[in-house]
Design a protein around this ligand. Structure first.
Ligand code: ANZ
Ligand code: ZN
Length: 824
């Protein structure tokens, strides 16, 4: 063992050893308990950032700890490698996306190896390779055959700068999530996946995930957005179709004073024809073009509308009520039509005030309220009792809903109804660098999936990257023309590619059997490994990625391919890495590059700092002095172990603690073992685990300088110190393990156990405070009662000296810990 901590030599040596020995290769083994540990795979942008380093360091602690505890650990890594940046690089610099991506993967793989992460590289996947996307296409076809994929013309969000379609969730405050440009609308025929068929299950299954943070479950719940209510038909005068509205407040039916519908509603044209309102309606529609769905649901939106020239009839009281188009009614929610109840809905209140509709209260607050429903300044949205509601007057409004629905059902003009905020998933992208959608359009047969034996449909290489308009795949001379897989007639291929969120919706299944070229994954292997026992990643994926991955797993489960319905048993969302209080980002210029830190201090220091600075879920504030502190600690440990390696050479770790000092060191050792074991697996409290190890190191330094020392005890401490540190800082620990005379890798050694009897203290250190200031520390026997304890402390010579000439006014004993004295 070198005397100096030469991190560079040590880290290179052991990384080579792990690779040569194939240390982290995993195979299915029924005799061992499996643990599937997964960290979210990165987009290969070219360089790892600190967020990655944090995510993967957290995972690696667990992986190495579990391996030492005898688990069969699956710990894979791969690349979410389709996506826009590669294509933009192609447009800008003329580099082919495949080349750009491959180079980046190469660089980042080296960085991951340089950090010493214990991945099974034999299972590496990259979603942009034909070996992977072949099965992506196969899965898409299974969805299509099950009726879960369809093509539909729709007004979609369109980013004029990226020249691409965006899913609703990629539009942030009306702007493109990627480039910030204001998003517009475009009518396009697009592929969708029917995630809405699974809305109810995606929601109810959340209750079966006790290992997920509740904040993530709440976010998913809100995203799915289940609303329970009713649909009610209103006849329209002089028009043959009824207006069907979705309402969650059927109890307010008697208070309807107008009707509003989505301007895009297919009835609009027909309904307005011949009323004289045609021109006004047209002008209104023109004006709306520039509003996104997000603007239209904003609470600050100025509510506007236009009269359609028609009237509906309220089925419960025969009242004639005007029908308007309104900007706040969305076409793709409920039925796209709404009954306006200004007395009890804020948006309706604003609208009615603007256009002068009646405001009829139908719910009054409980007695004693100072709200006067006959003179409302804003909508009354709370619960209460029904008024102005005919036979339902006097009932509590919420229970009355059931009665009113029953009445509507009996008359055949309404029914119970449930709506979800979740929309079908728009997956078409007019882009090159994604999985080609494996569908063929035939004039005779319509959309036909490609034959499975023809997969993968590979990306053509003869394309033009202009960055404008349609998918670059349309510029290929060879790609589009094909024959119909069903009838053999000339046909054309789909040129859209898939949203990259599909690629990451099943990669965890592929890892179970990553090299399979006959199936997406073998069932028995998936059965052995799934579900993922611990998934770790950023909270920014709490909604979309996790929802899509759950959806895919559920569908594949229903089709008999996935052995589990829910993919991720336990989820940990790590906090962000901050510098000077804000997220590290290029634009703020506060980025610390992992490479620099590794070059200066080594990978072990980088890992230790990140793990020690904050618990995984919390934000981590970068600190240069913290990094230096970690580096100094590793040096200190290394010197200690180097010295003990010599001192205890040939001495077995066998001993009986005798004096007070032996016992104190044995206590520090056993409590460190206990703390690290519990903190790592159960609580991810890596920072407190490391603190316990630091205390042990201090104790060992103190002990080894004493006159009468037990070398067996020190030998045991040295071994266990290295074992305890091994999950956190792997390279240095391998070196120290070898230095202590052990054969092979420290990860083949067993995790230490602690000795409960060493944790029973027979003496404790008491802090003596005088007038609130710590003045002295005194040793007392453990387990004394209040009076005996106070007496022993007061009789201590040093304490007596401190109290000399003073009057003790009050004694406040905290047995085992503290004696507080108030003196005059
Ligand atoms: C009458 C009413 C009275 C309503 C009242 C609310 C309060 P959630 O909870 O989000 O599902 N609504 C229905 N479809 C709509 C659409 N396409 N665009 C805009 N608004 C729509 O909201 C359901 C409520 O939102 C429905 O209940 C409807 O207004 C409105 F005191 O009906 B309500
Ligand atoms: Zn055909």
């Amino acid at each position: 063992m070198l005397q100096q901590y030469d991190f560079k030599a040590i880290e290179e040596k052991w990384e080579k050893y792990w690779a040569d020995e194939d240390m982290f290769r995993t195979v299915e083994d029924e005799s061992k308990e499996k643990f599937y540990l997964l960290e979210m795979f990165p987009y290969p942008s070219g360089k790892l950032h600190m967020g990655h380093v944090r995510n993967y360091s957290i995972g690696d602690v667990l992986a190495r700890y579990l391996k030492m505890n005898g688990y069969n650990v699956l710990h894979p890594m791969g690349w979410d490698s389709f996506g826009l940046p590669a294509e933009n690089a192609a447009i800008k610099h003329g580099i082919h996306p495949a080349v750009w991506t491959k180079d980046n993967i190469g660089e980042m793989r080296n960085q991951l190896k340089r950090l010493g992460f214990s991945y099974d590289w034999d299972r590496e996947v990259a979603t942009c390779t034909p070996e992977y996307y072949r099965w992506m296409q196969w899965i898409f076809i299974q969805f299509f055959n099950k009726g879960l994929a369809y093509k539909k013309k729709n007004a979609v969000n369109w980013c004029p700068s990226c020249q691409t379609v965006l899913a609703n969730e990629q539009v942030v405050e009306g702007c493109c999530e990627r480039c910030g440009t204001a998003v517009g609308k475009k009518e396009l025929s697009q592929w969708y996946l029917k995630i809405t068929d699974y809305a109810d299950r995606l929601l109810s299954n959340l209750d079966k995930l006790p290992g997920w943070p509740s904040k993530v479950k709440t976010m998913q719940k809100n995203w799915i957005g289940k609303s329970t209510g009713a649909e009610v038909d209103f006849a329209v005068e002089g028009f043959d179709k009824p207006m069907t509205v979705f309402t969650t407040r059927v109890d307010t039916l008697f208070g309807v004073t107008f009707m509003v519908m989505a301007p895009e509603h297919p009835f609009v044209k027909e309904m307005v024809a011949g009323t004289g309102q045609e021109k006004a309606v047209e002008e209104f529609l023109e004006k709306l073009q520039h509003l996104s769905d997000i603007d239209r649901t904003s609470t600050t939106l100025e509510k506007e509308g236009v009269f359609t020239g028609r009237y509906a009839v309220n089925p419960v009281n025969g009242k004639k009520i005007p029908i308007y188009l309104a900007n706040y009614v969305l076409i793709n929610y409920g039925t796209g039509m709404v009954m306006g109840v200004p007395a009890h809905d804020e948006r309706d209140f604003d609208f009615a005030t603007k256009y002068g509709f009646d405001i009829i209260p139908v719910v009054e607050p409980p007695e004693g309220s100072d709200i006067d429903v006959n003179d409302l300044k804003e909508a009354f949205v709370a619960e209460g009792r029904l008024i102005n509601s005919g036979e339902f007057d006097g009932m509590d409004n919420m229970p009355a809903q059931e009665k009113i629905i029953a009445m509507l059902e009996e008359k055949g003009i309404g029914k119970r109804s449930v709506n979800f905020r979740l929309r079908d998933w728009l997956i078409s992208r007019q882009r090159y660098w994604g999985t080609p959608i494996p569908m063929v359009y035939c004039e005779h047969c319509g959309w036909v999936p490609e034959k499975e034996e023809n997969l993968p449909i590979e990306l053509p290489t003869d394309v033009v990257f202009s960055g404008k308009g349609e998918s670059p795949l349309t510029t290929s001379k060879t790609f589009m023309q094909t024959t119909c897989p069903k009838c053999g007639a000339p046909a054309t291929r789909e040129t859209d590619t898939m949203d990259t969120f599909l690629d990451s919706s099943w990669y965890f299944l592929r890892y179970c059997d990553a090299r399979n070229d006959r199936e997406a994954f073998a069932k028995d292997k998936a059965k052995y490994w799934m579900g993922v026992d611990q998934y770790i990643g950023g909270v920014e994926h709490a909604i979309l990625h996790l929802m899509y991955a759950r959806f895919f797993t559920m569908v594949l489960y229903d089709l008999g391919y996935s052995p589990v319905e829910e993919p991720f048993t336990n989820l940990l969302t790590q906090g962000m890495v901050l510098k000077d209080g804000s997220k590290m980002s290029k634009s703020l210029g506060n980025v610390v590059s992992p490479e620099e830190i590794i070059a200066k201090y080594g990978a072990d220091t980088a890992r230790l700092f990140i793990l020690f600075a904050a618990p995984p879920e919390k934000e981590l504030e970068w600190s240069d002095t913290g990094v230096e502190g970690s580096y100094r600690f590793l040096n200190r440990v290394y010197r200690l172990v180097a010295e003990l390696a010599e001192l205890t050479e040939g001495i077995p770790a066998v001993y009986t603690p005798e004096g007070k000092d032996d016992k104190q060191l044995a206590y520090a050792l056993n409590s460190a073992v206990k703390k690290v074991s519990e903190d790592v697996q159960k609580r991810f409290n890596f920072n407190t685990a490391i603190s316990a190890i630091m205390e042990l190191v201090n104790e060992m330094y103190r002990y080894k300088e004493l006159e009468d020392i037990n070398l067996g005890l020190l030998a045991d401490c040295a071994d266990k110190l290295v074992l305890l540190l091994a999950p956190f800082v792997p390279h240095i620990c391998e070196e120290m393990w070898q230095g202590l005379g052990h054969e092979g890798s420290v990860y083949e050694a067993e995790w230490p156990k602690y000795n409960e009897s060493a944790l029973v203290k027979d003496s404790v250190e008491i802090v003596v405070q005088i007038n609130g200031k710590v003045k002295e520390r005194v040793e007392t026997p453990a387990g004394l009662d209040k009076d005996a304890f106070a007496q022993i402390v007061m009789e201590n010579e040093k304490v007596k000296a401190l109290l000399d000439g003073k009057e003790v006014v009050k004694i406040i004993p905290v047995p085992g810990k503290l004696l507080n004295l108030v003196v005059k």
